[in-house]
Design a protein around this ligand. Sequence first.
Ligand code: TRH
Length: 406
Amino acid sequence: MRVMMTYSTPQVQAAPPAGAIPITCDIFCNVIDNYGDIGVAWRLARQLADELPLVVRLWVDELASFAKICPVADAGLVQQTCCGVEVRHWGEDFSAVLAADLVIDAFGCKLPEAYLAAMAARKPPPVWINLEYLSAEQWVEGCHRLPSPRPPLTRYFFFPGFTRRTGGLLLEHDLLARRDAFWADTTQQQRFWRSVGLEVPDAGALKVSLFGYENDALAGLFEVWQRGAQPVLCLVPEGRILPQVGRHFGDDASQAGKRYRRGNLEVCVLPFVRQQDYDALLWACDVNFVRGEDSCVRAQWAGKPFVWQIYPQDDGVHWQKLQAFLDHYSASLSPAAAQAVQGLWQAWNGGGGAGAAWPAFDAACGEVGQRSLDWAQELSANNLALNLLDFFGEVGRMRAFKIEGQ
Ligand code: TRH
């Protein structure tokens, strides 16, 4: 079995204060499907290791998905270091693994019995957090930070979210500054367009990124773009929607590098890039179609109008989640713009009529774009990684107080 390999990356490691013992952190990620679970876990791991005084180990049960968003990783290695994070294959044997100071199970995944025993044996026991899925629903505020006793351990629910009474969102400390620098610098923009094999698009073209699941609404939208007066350049990262994109143009073997043109619509298929590079695509486009959880949050930081294809759930509860988010996001829009956003989002998520909903959305883009910039600014005050670290400190102080008061 192959074991250890270290990749050096040009990241600046935040040095802990002199003499301080760094906090150790284990993040567990069970890949269910797609890239959302590992996407969030990897982003959190990188930020904790890169910006905060933590030594991070990420346990992943399916390394092939991880290697897709972190291409320097080797899916065949049981242990490797990527971007300052020790990445471990979550296999069978945990008997020799020591528990960390902070343990995070992403999205309620079940920790290995031997690791739970190691946690229970630790004095003091680790701070154990269940990092939940993102939702804008009201009930999240009441459940955020709630303890769930598992004697002798306690597991705490930690909910990302959009209000100050939730855990906030993942945001690297310099992301918004990097975004603004990208917009201010034509050289960076040119570099981006060349990196995807294109010339800088004409100023009059509408640039759209399209990351999504299979979607019957696609054809209607393409048709309206084809017939429209404004040229549309649509950039589609490789993924689940790609076969449908290809079929629309009579191509059953669509792949990265393909380009299609019909009427005023040009479509370019892009390769899936490492997670850190996806943001530039969102910054470079005028409208972003995103899906799931993590790309949806990135689109919000990009401060552009966006369309969210929510991860569909069998019981249909995703409609409530979608509406809860729309209620927050569109609250300060004019009624016409709010209706335009709702109309396209609902059509894109299966309501039908995306082509018919497009013109109103397009007309509202000026107002929605301004709102999106303010929205990103407002949300940036509530940083999930910093909140997690504060919570870790709070639980530690609570315990010390209890012990002293006994
Ligand atoms: O892949 P997803 O559909 O993930 C989903 C959701 O998270 C959903 O909530 C969850 O329940 C389900 O998985 C199991 O969409 P998401 O969340 O946007 O994740 C995609 C990740 O891929 C994100 O971290 C961005 C990253 N990415 C790249 O690294 N490179 C790329 O080129 C692109 C397009 C995305």
